[in-house]
Design a protein around this ligand. Structure first.
Ligand code: 5GP
Length: 179
């Protein structure tokens, strides 16, 4: 199977992650500590890079929710699979997502985490498919806006393939059928 065509290069990702980390570090400079909550599995590489490039005190948590499984069509149904391990009450929370598509996942997560009364909650997504939005959800930090196509690499998969690619690539519908 040939490598997926490049949509966003490794170099461009690193430049943008540097910018996001600098902006977030500035915005939270007076907050003391921020809890970064990475949404598994797709955000694990983005979170690792972002966290290392930030210059303010931060702690790392992960949360896992149901994904689309082996298909690439959103059902809109979201379910908690694994929770964070620490109490987030009165703490500043930044949810770190790989990609926001319809927005259902992020909306569900914000509702869930808000019920635990954090001091603040903000959201960061490496990728945003603005055309695909089905629900209104605020994204405070966006890496790149992309068209409505299936992307892989830098943590993102198609049926568990291609997560470890260093760049963001596209998977054509014809290739999806072969995997
Ligand atoms: P939403 O709930 O916003 O529709 O979808 C968010 C989740 O869908 C993401 O966290 C990700 O797991 C998955 N997703 C949406 N679009 C893509 C895509 O193009 N590629 C990959 N690998 N995952 C996607």
């Amino acid at each position: 199977m040939p490598s997926p065509p490049v949509l966003i290069s490794e170099a461009d990702i690193q430049i943008r992650v540097d910018e996001l980390a600098a902006q977030i570090s500035l915005d939270y400079a007076d907050k003391g500590d921020v809890v970064l909550i990475g949404v598994l599995k797709g955000s694990f590489i983005f979170l690792a890079d972002l966290a290392r490039k930030m210059t303010i005190p931060r702690t790392i948590e992960f949360i896992a929710i149901s994904s689309y499984g082996k298909t690439s069509v959103s059902t809109g149904a979201v379910r908690l699979l694994m929770d964070v391990r620490s109490n987030i009450a009165d703490r500043h929370v930044l949810v770190v997502e790989d990609i926001v598509d319809t927005g259902h996942t992020l909306k569900y997560l914000i509702g869930l985490l808000e019920s635990r009364q954090p001091a603040s909650i903000k959201t960061c997504a490496l990728l945003h498919k603005a055309e695909s939005a089905e629900v209104d959800v605020n994204i405070d930090y966006i890496g790149f806006g992309i068209d409505d196509e299936w992307v892989v690499g830098y943590g993102l998969d198609f049926a568990e393939h291609d997560r470890a690619l260093p760049y963001i690539g596209t998977v054509l519908p014809a290739d999806r059928a072969k995997k």
